[in-house]
Design a protein around this ligand. Structure first.
Ligand SMILES: Cc1cc2nc3c(=O)[nH]c(=O)nc-3n(C[C@H](O)[C@H](O)[C@H](O)COP(=O)(O)OP(=O)(O)OC[C@H]3O[C@@H](n4cnc5c(N)ncnc54)[C@H](O)[C@@H]3O)c2cc1C
Ligand code: FES
Length: 268
């Protein structure tokens, strides 16, 4: 695949500082990205290139945390196929090609008083940098199948971290929505930010709409170029005024969208 001019400009070779397992088939990778660290907004993602020629397409992974002083960023990825398996084999001080940062992240006001963050599985990582930057009270709800990860990292930024696991091995047994309904103090006004599997995003959006809270969701679609050129990653977004919908690119207009504007299924 040919790179666009925009991709060429932003593609760089960076050094891997750390690449370690933090849960079963889940890895944390720190990258030395220099000045790029200053450009990053929570909710944006990067593209990582494999070294194996047959795996031509870059893999999109969300930015988990940024250290502007050291010029580093952290990503957390699960091993699901050949590309992520290859990434897990890399060692510190090896290099990797990336494009960063990509997409549009979460938005918030400087006067924000109360935020509710809800993450599920591999949708948990991008909420960490957000938890760090949000002003006011931040409640964090994290759902996992079994083994949680990044929990201690969140606790550095807020005292209100709640866990749900499908098997009940950690935190509350059940879904993250169950815990949210039980534990949230549900203030009159709050903003909700979420990332995770689509059914979870949809149910959290429904909950937020019932409470009258604005909600931002981070969507995932298969990607090719990652910079808006191939239109391979579209989702249906509706205009709340007119009710009309149009396709928007998850890599360019997203991955973060207003949850109320997302058409979750054809019946919506
Ligand atoms: C905006 C965005 C942010 C993401 N952030 C994270 C993250 O923080 N942590 C994490 O573990 N995963 C994340 N993902 C999913 C991650 O991109 C896929 O798990 C990864 O690309 C799988 O690559 P693979 O070669 O191992 O799998 P394979 O199945 O072999 O991949 C084959 C092709 O399909 C694409 N693909 C497969 N699954 C996905 C998917 N779920 N989304 C998009 N493309 C996919 C691959 O990029 C590759 O081009 C994110 C996806 C998107 C779109
Ligand atoms: S991946 Fe090409 S337009 Fe989004």
């Amino acid at each position: 695949m040919c790179l666009t001019e925009d991709q060429w400009k932003r593609k760089k070779t960076v050094v891997i500082i750390k690449n370690e397992a933090i849960a079963k088939d889940v890895y944390e990778m720190d990258l030395q990205v220099g000045e790029t660290a200053k450009e990053i907004e929570p909710g944006q993602f990067i593209h990582l290139y494999c070294r194996q020629g047959q795996r031509l397409l870059p893999r999109p992974i969300s930015i988990c945390e940024v250290d502007e002083k050291k010029g580093r960023l952290k990503i957390v990825y699960g091993i699901v196929g050949s590309g992520t398996k290859e990434f897990a084999s890399y060692s510190p001080f090896e290099t990797i090609d990336i494009i960063a940062p990509l997409g549009k992240g979460y938005q918030w006001e400087s006067q924000e008083k109360h935020s509710i963050l809800v993450g599920g599985g591999l949708g948990v990582p991008p909420l960490l940098e957000l938890a760090k930057r949000l002003p006011g009270k931040v409640e964090v709800y994290l759902g996992f199948r079994s083994q949680p990860f990044l929990v201690e990292n969140f606790k550095k930024y807020t005292d209100f971290v709640y866990i749900a696991t499908d098997d009940g091995s950690h935190g509350t047994k059940g879904t993250v929505l169950d815990v949210l309904k039980n534990k949230s103090e549900c203030p009159e006004k709050a903003r909700v930010y979420t990332c995770g599997p689509k059914p979870m995003l949809q149910s959290i959006t429904q909950w937020a709409v019932e409470k009258g809270y604005p909600i931002q969701v981070s969507l995932e679609e298969r990607m090719a170029c990652g910079v808006g050129a191939c239109v391979g990653c579209v989702c249906k977004i509706k205009d709340l005024q007119t009710g009309e919908w149009q396709y928007q690119r998850v890599c360019k207009e997203g991955p973060v969208f207003n949850g109320k504007e997302v058409i979750w299924n054809e019946e919506s």
